[in-house]
Design a binder for this molecule. Structure first.
Ligand code: AMP
Ligand code: TRP
Length: 342
């Protein structure tokens, strides 16, 4: 049986990379999979979040899922802290994962920066909580952007070590679903850095809630070079020599579901200004309605809260018995009240 699980952190500034790299795929996958989509608020607090903003951002990610087309009747939408199995299983995985494994995590190194002594312990063990998110549902497939690949490899290592140590095949070995198109959307100001929620320059990203004028302006000002649009022949550069140019092609392809060769034969050799005008149109066509629907949903949080409450109950219903089986495997007595119905 296959089951899809993924999550997005409620840390504000949801952007085009989050949409194309993750959320857009969430919508497609629900056509033929059982899907569980989480707003990972426990992960968010590994770095400081102001409490009112955390609540607002949690609803905003849920609103983005809904506005993009995740159907709460078909898929489960909930926030992580509402289902305590995640934190409970994370503790067990903290005792399975090795320090050496976590020491290799590039996201920790990037986020902790130079002042590693001052990073939270939560930031360090972030990947074992992520493994718990996925394995609490025994999920088999995880759609994410490229940057999460290493964390999913760690999830596989944890599952394998648990299975080996306890002599079981209880946990599946998860498959990352990283799609070719727009798995790594780059900053509009620097084609060698990924588009990120935490970039201090708002002009580096297109936020899902940007209004049409802002989208058009940001695309017009996006960094390029004096060369025309690449035509695929290689004479007009490659992704490594012209990262900004190829990033914009990638974004256009993903937004409009075009192939890159189609785009290069249409725009190749033409000035970038022409291509940017067309890209801005497609971006506004896609993100405009998405942002409008998010604003409508955020105007009445009770609708979002209803979805999250119902989703949490459904998630709990799946994960609690799985945690019960894990307790049996580990040798914990299920004397606590959370197992009394099993
Ligand atoms: P985060 O904002 O870190 O919670 O990421 C949520 C999802 O968006 C994850 O699946 C990420 O891999 C994906 N994502 C974040 N930034 C980008 C980007 N620049 N390009 C493509 N996917 C991204
Ligand atoms: N670490 C992911 C990110 O920053 C978010 C996340 C948390 C996640 N738990 C997950 C993604 C489980 C997929 C599956 O993008």
């Amino acid at each position: 049986m296959s089951r899809v699980f993924s999550g997005v952190q409620p840390t504000g500034n949801l952007h085009l990379g989050n949409y194309l790299g993750a959320i857009k795929n969430f919508v497609r996958l629900q056509e033929n999979h059982e899907c569980i989509y989480c707003v990972v608020d426990l992960h968010a607090i590994t770095a400081w979040q102001s409490p009112p903003e955390l609540s607002q951002n949690t609803r905003e990610v849920a609103a983005a899922y809904l506005a993009a087309g995740v159907d709460p009747k078909r898929s489960v939408i909930f926030n992580q802290s509402a289902v305590t199995v995640h934190a409970e299983l994370a503790w067990i995985f903290n005792c399975v994962a090795r320090l050496g494994w976590l020491n290799r995590m590039t996201q920790f190194k990037e986020k902790a920066g130079k002042n590693r002594e001052n990073a939270s312990v939560g930031l360090y063990i972030y990947p074992s909580l992520m493994a718990a998110d996925i394995l609490a549902y025994r999920a088999t497939h995880v759609p994410v952007g490229e940057d999460q690949k290493q964390h999913l490899e760690l999830t596989r290592d944890i599952a394998q070590k648990f299975n080996y140590d306890f002599g079981t095949d209880f946990f599946p070995i998860v498959q990352p679903l990283i799609f070719d198109s727009a798995a790594r959307v780059m900053s509009l100001r620097d084609g060698r850095r990924k588009m990120s929620k935490s970039d201090p320059s708002d002009n580096s990203r297109i936020n899902i809630t940007d209004d049409p004028d802002t989208i058009v302006r940001k695309i017009r000002r996006a960094k390029t070079d004096p060369e025309p649009v690449p035509d695929g022949s290689g004479t007009l550069g490659t992704p490594s020599t012209r990262p900004e140019a190829f990033n914009l092609l990638e974004v256009y392809a993903a937004l409009g579901d075009f192939s890159k060769s189609e785009i290069m034969s249409e725009f190749g050799g033409r000035p970038f200004s022409e291509f940017k005008a067309r890209l801005a149109e497609v971006a506004v066509e896609t993100l405009g309605p998405l942002g409008d629907e998010m604003r409508r949903l955020m105007g009445d949080p009770s609708e979002i809260d209803r979805v999250l409450i119902e989703g949490a109950a459904r998630a709990e219903h799946i994960a609690r018995p799985i945690l019960g089986d894990i307790y049996d495997i580990v040798g914990f007595l299920k004397t606590g009240s959370s197992f009394s119905e099993n």
